[in-house]
Write a protein that binds this ligand. Structure first.
Ligand SMILES: Nc1ncnc2c1ncn2[C@@H]1O[C@H](COP(=O)(O)OP(=O)(O)OP(=O)(O)O)[C@@H](O)[C@H]1O
Length: 583
């Protein structure tokens, strides 16, 4: 139960709802108990009438009164039961909502390393399935526990008052019922976990084959894919059947144990009536009703125990994530004005998970308003430099400063706000083109969006689509070409009008003519802004104020276009190679 203590703050938050819910539950159960007592009353009235102790008139009146009480109590009980669910179950929904938000907010704070160490499926499961299990504890488990405790105390009290001996015999099978239901619930849970696993395997398989349908068709492997699907589906079906088998035991076991209790009541009660140990045959009817009233709550003891165990395990998994301290922390809450003076001072960086030293004692300076171009072979550390400027990771050794202040001392939100980052793999959301661009500036007008798209040289492509800027992208909509995606992603950064532009090889999929036009526009837009352009093409780098060439995490060349084409090295080789390609 230790992990579930995390929920106490929510129980406190919704305490008034909960207290009202608990009171309603108790009162609702009180009304439920009216029925057996008035059923007994009816039997007694009938007995006394047939014994000739009361007149027909009194008999009718008493009978009518008892029926009225039973109906009245049932109606009030039903209304209160409705409100019981409306309070306690609603609280569990509120807690579910709060917990999902808490987890999501924590996810947002955690660094990229966290996402690399954990699989997306696991992250999703904790926010969906685990939270659902915890909700079962926060709502149904609490509601049924109060219900059970109230009913057991009250029913046993009334039963004991009517006949202590009969009470003892009646209650004997009930703990057995509880234990059996507990064991069954546990087994049901184990098997349904396996079923869930198979369902998610099936959906992952289907999703992947739909996403990769063009590859499947191109390679003509439809038959093999169908065979794999069938095998998985058969496994899944077998697990479902095994779950259904154990579930099928649930109600027969309940019926068997209720039947045994009923038999005991009739047999022992009948004997007691014959021996005049109980005064009315109505007591037997009353007991039969009590037994039936008790059966479900007693069965739920087993069920609730299993729910609490599952919720505890789920909350433990959730807490593991909630307790992770974000690696990248904001240590400065005051607003910082970011200018684009960037200095790398002997920066070394090793990726935690792969232990690859991506940067080795890298030093360079860019003045505000300047453009730096970074070239180098694949894997030489270019993207890592951009990631470090945006503080997606913190440096291991050396320092990076902006306006002479170390990055980790700047307000993290101001820093990221002042950066327009265009990643290597342009990621676009399943939304309209307009929203994908204005994502960079929430309050952007239509004119801003169009201007950004024009500067990114993608406006002409967009207006050719039937719905123009309202064209939906992604699964529900059209697929853009690689170059179009890159340009929409560039427009997203342009619209933000940031102090620092970071372009990570984002012109690789556009032709050199378009590249030239975009670079010209960027040149205009990025006046007084600092830009870093990572590229594999000299054409993207040649106009930069400064160019650095990386090799295996180290700077091997530094200068500008004119100086670098005159010295032997990577830049000159690349220049000559690309020059010969264009001729
Ligand atoms: N997220 C990561 N986790 C672990 N290792 C990484 C990660 N990103 C990059 N690396 C490793 O760090 C080194 C530098 O990678 P980086 O992406 O900075 O190179 P790059 O010069 O941008 O390459 P490319 O031109 O192919 O984009 C590579 O060896 C790469 O395998």
């Amino acid at each position: 139960m230790k992990a579930l203590l995390h929920l106490n703050k929510y129980f406190y938050k919704y305490r008034s709802h909960l207290i009202i819910g608990i009171i309603i539950t108790i009162v609702a159960r009180l009304f439920l108990l009216y029925t057996p007592r008035y059923v007994k009353e009816i039997f007694t009235v009938i007995e006394t009438y047939f014994a000739g102790d009361i007149t027909k008139e009194v008999f009718k009146n008493d009978l009518f009164e008892a029926i009225l009480y039973i109906v009245g109590a049932a109606i009030i009980g039903a209304i209160l039961t409705f409100f019981m669910r409306q309070t306690i179950i609603n609280v569990s929904r509120y807690i579910e909502y709060d917990l999902k938000n808490e987890i999501y907010e924590q996810y947002q704070k955690l660094s990229l390393n966290f996402y690399k160490k954990n699989r997306t499926g696991d992250l999703m499961n904790r926010i969906t399935e685990d939270v659902t299990r915890v909700r079962m504890y926060a709502g149904p488990a609490i509601m049924y526990s109060i219900n059970t405790i109230t009913l057991i105390i009250m029913v046993i009290f009334y039963m004991y008052k009517a006949s202590p001996k009969l009470t003892l015999y009646t209650l004997v099978p009930l703990p057995i019922l509880s234990i059996i239901i507990y064991k069954l619930s546990k087994e049901i849970h184990n098997r349904s976990t396996v079923v869930q696993e198979y369902l998610s395997k099936l959906s992952t398989f289907t999703q992947e084959s739909f996403s990769g349908i063009s590859v499947i068709k191109a390679y003509g492997i439809e038959a093999q894919t169908s065979k794999n699907f069938k095998e998985l589906a058969i496994e899944s079906k077998n697990k479902q059947v095994s779950l259904a088998k154990i579930q099928a035991w649930f109600f027969p076991m309940m019926i068997l144990l209720i039947g045994s209790s009923n038999l005991l009541v009739i047999y022992i009660g009948g004997m007691q009536y014959i021996n005049s140990e109980i005064e009315s045959i109505g007591t037997i009817a009353e007991f039969l009703m009590y037994v039936n009233l008790l059966t479900w709550p007693v069965a739920t003891v087993g069920w609730v125990t299993s729910i609490v165990q599952q919720a505890e395990a789920s909350q433990k998994r959730i807490n593991e994530f909630l307790n992770i301290e974000p690696e990248i922390k904001n240590e400065n809450n005051t607003e910082t004005n970011i200018e684009g003076d960037i200095v790398f001072n002997d920066v070394s960086f090793t990726y935690d998970d792969t232990n690859i030293e991506a940067l080795k004692k890298v030093s360079f300076t860019i003045k505000a308003g300047e453009t730096l171009s970074i070239l180098g072979k694949t894997g030489s550390g270019k993207s890592t430099i951009l990631d470090l400027i945006g503080r997606l990771y913190d440096v291991n050794q050396g320092s990076i400063t902006i306006n002479k202040i170390p990055l980790n001392k700047l307000n993290l939100y101001n820093l990221r706000d002042s950066i327009g980052y265009v990643p290597q793999d342009a990621f676009l959301f399943s939304d309209t083109i307009k929203n994908n661009i204005s994502f960079g500036k929430i309050d952007a007008t239509e004119a801003d969006v169009i201007e950004a798209a024009k500067n990114a040289q993608v406006h002409k492509n967009i207006i050719k689509f039937k719905n123009g800027y309202d064209t939906v992208l992604g699964e529900r909509g059209i697929t853009l070409s690689g170059g179009q995606k890159q340009r929409v992603s560039i427009a997203r950064a342009i619209i933000k009008s940031p102090k620092i532009f970071l372009f990570d090889d984002c012109l690789s999929a556009v032709d050199t003519e378009t590249e030239e036009k975009i670079l010209k526009n960027l040149n205009k837009i990025s006046k007084n802004k600092t830009s870093i352009i990572v590229s594999h093409r000299v054409s993207s780098a040649k106009n930069a104020d400064k160019i650095i060439v990386l090799d295996d995490g180290k700077i091997v060349q530094e200068g500008n276009h004119d100086s670098l084409i005159n010295v032997d090295g990577y830049y000159k080789e690349l220049y000559l190679k690309q020059l010969s390609e264009t001729v």
